[in-house]
Design a protein around this ligand. Structure first.
Ligand SMILES: [Fe+2]
Length: 194
């Protein structure tokens, strides 16, 4: 890791950084219990453990004052009626925000707070999304054939809490029941007892 000002380039077609420190690949098997249609999930997994999304991270110290950043790429596809998506998370330090700049594709950011507020914002190339402190966030690719590519940046001390979402899910799902993307209530959503 350099401690001098530095730059990197994004490949103009793939958007993969020419320098990065960490490459995360999340597969279908990493999303157990997250998709509504569990039968469709099991059938798809039995066929192939596909890569659903990838993250290229530029490493910085995970401390206040630093900004962690990188590129996230969600591939197109569906499990049953539900579009490919990221696991989604709260930040461990709830009072930390995040910025997303969509470089390619179309989708939605599904968000909610521990207090029960929820929001769904459209993601498309050229659009910037601000996720305020306290809002859990999950990106969903609703394109039929194009990757959803975003640049992200968040405070170094934020941390990731995946467990809360793994347990309770998000209040809203993005499904295609034959007419394109629809935002619907998650019938399985239940708040974690505090
Ligand atoms: Fe985040």
């Amino acid at each position: 890791m350099k401690d001098l000002p530095s730059s990197f380039n994004l490949d103009p077609s793939s958007f993969i950084p020419d320098e990065y420190d960490n490459h995360i690949q999340r597969k279908l098997s990493n999303m157990k219990g997250q998709y509504l249609d569990q039968q469709a999930y099991a059938a798809k997994l039995a066929d192939k453990d596909e890569i659903l999304y990838q993250v290229y991270e530029i490493k910085r110290p995970e401390i206040e004052g630093e900004i962690l950043h990188g590129i996230s790429i969600v591939h197109p596809g569906k499990v049953g009626d539900e579009y490919y998506m990221t696991k989604g998370h709260f930040h461990t330090v709830l009072e930390t925000a995040e910025i997303y700049y969509t470089l390619q594709g179309k989708g939605y950011m599904v968000m909610e707070t521990p207090e029960g507020n929820f929001a769904v914002e459209e993601l498309r190339a050229g659009r910037v999304l601000y996720v305020p402190p306290r809002w859990a966030h999950r990106s969903v690719n609703v394109s039929e054939d194009e990757d959803l590519v975003m640049f992200f940046a968040y405070p170094g001390n934020a941390g990731h809490d995946y467990g809360t979402i793994e347990t309770q899910g998000f209040r809203k799902l993005v499904l295609d029941r034959g007419n394109g993307p629809e935002i619907v209530d998650n019938p399985r959503w239940s708040p974690v007892e505090s």
